[in-house]
Design a protein around this ligand. Structure first.
Ligand SMILES: *Cc1c(COP(=O)(O)O)cnc(C)c1O
Length: 376
């Protein structure tokens, strides 16, 4: 394999198996939102996640909305979310007519800071959404205890953490309800797709009702409630069945990619790797590093620009949600979120990167780092 001119930051890993299942679904005529692959995917995904039920959805954003809506989150309610996440986490709260309350993340895990959650619980608080940022599970044992104490729903946004374990238990079974995304850059993908897992069977049934426009499962075209069309197709499910069968191989190759970067490139304070808490087996979503010492600004963008010129695509960390116009009225200091957002960078992470590719990327990153200000 020869090196490439340009490396994207993400790429799906698709084999003959995906093609075979996809063509099979296509030829069967079951291309819409019913069919054997859909049923099989939901069963196998629930089993893999250690949950009693899985409800597949059109994407990860509507998975979040479906979970919150089914749990009865609505106008007047507040939902605590971390400020450092993909915008969908907060948008799903707004879709319910509820208000997101933003808290900072912990420097040890980059996930929601449990003490700050405790300090933000008020009379209107109904739920907490923990996000497994860059594949690292949040502190679910502390969050579960806190949520039980206050009677709050604990939602896990595990869009980035399929394959992660916390004390040996997979994401999907660590909160009251867990959502996943199968967008093209996620660990397993169908291009677009999502899923909710839960062991609360009543909640799962409510989600199935709302996913299918609210139609009474025993009386066709009778709609007792206002629901949504949040269904996943059997075609997408065929891809996901194949991805699920290959998940362990995909995960171990992605693990090796990240391990190579961490071995070859970690060079504090210029480049520090993602911290991993004891008991956590992180999902290898995207290799994540911090550029420069705490509080530094500009070096990450400088590195990203040079890497772009050298043909290595990168991603900056998420912008703090409180810096976005729809959420800018939030108050309070979020220093960890602000610092990580300014210094964080993701490097190309996908299973089809060969050892030769990795060597090329590592060399290019070293070249780019040598030029970053302050380094001669
Ligand atoms: C990818 C992602 C989602 C959902 O994304 P979709 O594109 O709607 O599938 C939600 N939350 C987080 C943290 C994500 O990374």
């Amino acid at each position: 394999m020869s090196p490439q001119d340009r490396y994207p930051v993400a790429r799906p890993c698709l084999s003959d198996l995906e093609e075979r299942y996809l063509v099979d679904a296509y030829r069967s005529g079951w291309i819409s939102s019913q069919g054997p692959y859909l049923q099989r995917f939901e069963e196998q995904f629930a089993a893999r996640c250690g949950a009693a039920a899985a409800v597949a959805t059109g994407n990860g954003t509507v998975a979040l909305h479906l979970a919150l809506a089914a749990a009865g989150i609505g106008p007047g309610d507040e939902v605590i979310v971390p400020a450092l996440t993909y915008v969908a986490t907060a948008n799903a709260v707004v879709y319910c007519g509820a208000r997101p309350v933003f808290v900072d993340v912990s420097p040890e895990s980059w996930c929601i800071d449990v003490e700050q959650v405790a300090a933000s619980v008020g009379p209107r608080t109904r739920a907490v959404i923990a996000v497994d940022l860059y594949g690292h599970p949040a502190d679910y044992s502390a969050l579960r205890a806190l949520c039980e104490r206050h009677g709050l729903l604990l939602v896990s946004d595990a869009a980035e953490s399929f394959g992660a374990l916390l004390d040996g238990r997979p994401t999907g079974d660590l909160a009251d309800v867990t959502t996943f995304s199968f967008f093209g850059n996620k660990v397993i993908t169908a291009g677009e797709g999502g899923c909710v897992t839960t062991s609360d069977l009543a909640l799962a049934e409510r989600m199935r009702l709302l996913r299918n426009q609210g139609m009474d499962p025993r009386r066709r075209y009778y709609f007792p409630v206002v629901g949504f069309n949040y269904r996943l197709t059997n075609l997408a499910s065929a891809l996901l069945c194949a991805q699920l069968e290959r998940a362990d191989d995909i995960i171990s190759r992605r693990d090796a990619v990240i391990a190579t970067y961490e071995r070859e490139l970690t060079d504090p304070p210029l480049l520090t790797s993602q911290p991993v808490v004891a008991g956590v087996r992180r999902a290898p979503w995207m290799a994540s590093f911090l550029v420069g010492p705490p509080g530094s600004t500009g070096q990450r963008d400088e590195l990203a620009r040079s890497l772009d010129l050298l043909g290595v695509e990168t991603r900056p960390f998420f912008v703090p949600l409180t810096d976005l116009p729809p959420y800018a009225d939030a108050t309070g200091e979020l220093p960890v979120t602000a610092d990580l957002s300014r210094r964080g960078i993701n490097l190309p992470t996908y299973a089809d990167l060969t050892d030769v590719d990795l060597k090329v990327i590592v060399d290019r990153v070293r070249t780019a780092l040598a030029g970053v200000t302050g380094r001669r």
